[in-house]
Ligand binder design. Structure first.
Ligand code: GCB
Length: 618
């Protein structure tokens, strides 16, 4: 009895977790109207368009609000703001790279777009943002649609039916990228705080009762086993509102001649069915199937790859077979143009570079990247680690901060839970060990597992050195709760010189796979000196040579690495003559030139790939 009620409770909270989230997924394949392009803007460091001179939020009656019309009621009316073509920003795009005056700007910018729009005869319209960093207050024709916090995750607001006009809609977004101690991330990060509407903006047209979200993934095989010949799909479909009595939901996979029907339930409809013999998704064969999901009123289609992933004993098994992750960490930035990445072309550039290096895996640090990255990884066959910006010293004792982190985690998982490439949800990076922090992180892990039981959950941890044992131990108490024990080590960069690697050994008390989520050294591309000279390409090359030699002595549960980092990236914390505002740990410099260390890692990955292939042949 007790067991049953506990089970009901767990089910209830997991359904509640899904139900709370109103994100519409599969946006790239929905009927949408883009609002990308040039937007007019007003820079407003004092938030004059938001607060009156007594610092109270302005209301509709007040002509001073920048979200209200900028057209004075008559020629005598006093109006102190106007949007003009003289001030325009490209959307999507951070503001920092678009005008030198924005390079270091942190504060409010008001974005305004006027647009004509032919409303569909029936159904609903949502306004969707791929991401806005950090806080977005959204207004349409003088009405507030909502507010969202979190600089890297998507969100949508329903547009009330009578609000949209055929011509001259007045859409305003107050974007604020100020950093705060009680936000996620917090004040301190090692990356540039690019502000703005950094990803797509779209109107999404859906029927009255539409398919909001769905989860169509292979059910985990029994522990350690490969998927069966006829593997099972397990998941759910979520409509926007209650179905009509007896309404059927259909899942079709035309290539497999498969069509399954389910009677819709009031909240979330659970689905499950066996597939015929399929090609499993893997880096060697990134097979995606066209999947069509339909209800009485709606139909949406996606491309889904089917695979299983699990941490089993000391290994990571992809489709039941051990895999070594030849990874690289990536920031969502295009260094050549000093801007945030957002497009398919950007994804092709970054993932193409990773492939060139011999990678089968990428760690998309330290926040959710643009959706094109995961979709491109799906089609290229690259495994993905996806992370939320719970980075360094978050305000772990603050319940509200935990809620903010959970919201971002939920948005991340919701957006990408049908991507075959994504195998790891990471709940954070290098968080300082304390009971409060471990509780906080454990809560996030529980949440991730509630939302998705088909992937691994991890976090990038730190290392403890025991002089007594001459051993680097990954014994962070959080290790107990993660599936993959991942850690960042900079042996020879932050501690001593690279030859320290020769005498160092690694271990974890956890009987789990072990992954190096970061290792790296800085070098300015084109700066050559002897290998003892910091920031020379030769130092970085030496570092990688010593690291690679050390990796060969790693314990048997060592399952891969994602060194820091693919490209040099902008960081306000890096200010010496070699760095000049760049973190120079890229294997490729900001101009796109490969550094010497690049070839050391590439050779290691070639050899790992070769030995995996030889293993397969046996
Ligand atoms: C780290 C952080 C990463 C930094 C890197 C560095 O451990 O996770 O965000 O950029 O070290 O370069 O120090």
């Amino acid at each position: 009895m007790k067991k049953i009620s506990l089970l009901c409770f767990v089910l209830l909270i997991s359904f509640a977790a899904i139900a709370q989230n109103n994100l519409i997924t599969n946006i790239p394949n929905r009927k949408t109207v883009t609002l990308n392009g040039k937007w007019q803007y007003i820079v407003d460091p004092y938030e004059t368009g938001f607060y009156d001179y007594r610092y109270k939020e302005l209301n509709e009656k007040n002509g001073g609000a920048y979200w209200n019309t900028d057209v004075p009621a008559n020629k005598t009316a006093l109006n102190e703001h106007s949007y003009t073509d003289k001030n325009m920003l490209q959307v999507p795009g951070d503001w920092n790279h678009q005008d030198p005056k924005f390079l270091y700007y942190e504060g409010t910018v008001w974005y305004k777009k006027s647009f004509d729009y032919k409303k569909p005869a029936s159904g609903k319209v949502f306004l969707y943002f791929g991401a806005v960093n950090y806080r977005a207050d959204v207004y349409l024709n003088g009405k507030k649609l909502g507010m969202h916090k979190g600089g890297f995750t998507p969100f949508n607001f329903e547009v009330p039916a009578n609000l949209l006009k055929e011509t001259n809609n007045f859409l305003v977004v107050k974007v604020d990228n100020k950093r705060f101690a009680d936000e996620v991330p917090t004040l301190n990060t090692d990356w540039w705080n690019y502000g703005g509407i950094t990803r797509d903006v779209k109107l999404v047209e859906v029927p009255e009762n539409f398919i909001r979200d769905y989860f169509i993934q292979l059910k985990r095989a029994s522990p350690g086993a490969a998927p069966a010949k006829n593997p099972e799909v397990e998941g759910w479909i979520k409509l926007n509102q209650k179905p009509v009595n007896g309404e059927k939901l259909t899942v079709e996979i035309p290539e497999l001649k498969l069509k399954q029907q389910f009677t819709a339930s009031d909240s979330i409809t659970k689905i499950g069915f066996k597939l015929p013999k399929i090609q499993l998704w893997s880096p060697a064969n990134p097979k995606l199937y066209r999947v069509i999901i339909s209800s009485n009123q709606d139909k949406t289609e996606d491309k889904i790859g089917f695979r299983t992933i699990e941490a089993s004993g000391k290994q990571v098994l992809l489709n039941g077979k051990p895999i070594f992750m030849r990874g690289i960490s990536i920031h969502g930035e295009i260094p050549q143009e000093i801007r945030r990445a957002y497009s398919k072309a950007d994804a092709m550039q970054l993932l193409g570079q990773a492939r060139g290096l011999g990678c089968n895996m990428v760690r998309l640090a330290h926040y959710l990247h643009d959706e094109t990255m995961e979709r491109t990884a799906d089609s290229l066959g690259i495994l993905v680690w996806s992370e939320i910006p719970v980075y360094w010293t978050i305000d772990f004792g603050n319940k509200e901060v935990l809620n903010k982190a959970k919201a971002q985690l939920t948005e991340m998982i919701t957006r990408d839970h049908n991507r075959a490439s994504v195998i790891i949800w990471s709940v954070g990076n290098e968080t300082p060990v304390s009971p409060t922090r471990t509780d906080f992180m454990h809560n996030l892990i529980i949440k991730a597992k509630e939302l998705d039981q088909t992937r691994m959950v991890s976090a990038a941890l730190e290392v403890n050195y025991s002089a007594l044992k001459n051993l680097n131990e990954v014994n962070d108490p959080l290790g107990e709760f993660v599936d993959l024990v991942a850690f960042n080590e900079y042996l020879g960069w932050y501690g001593g010189l690279p030859d320290k690697c020769r005498t160092t050994n690694w271990a974890t008390p956890y009987n789990k796979p072990l992954f190096i989520s970061e290792t790296g050294a800085g070098a300015k591309g084109g700066f050559h000196a002897d290998s003892l000279t910091r920031f020379s390409e030769e130092f970085q090359e030496w570092y990688y040579k010593e690291q690679v030699a050390m990796l060969k002595r790693m314990p048997a549960n060592f399952v891969g690495l994602s060194p820091w980092v693919l490209n040099d990236f902008r960081s306000p914390k890096r200010n010496n003559i070699y760095q000049e505002g760049w973190n120079r740990k890229g294997l490729i410099d900001d101009k796109g030139n490969k550094k010497k260390a690049y070839y050391v890692l590439k050779a290691y990955y070639e050899q790992k790939k070769q030995s995996a292939e030889n293993q397969k042949k046996k």
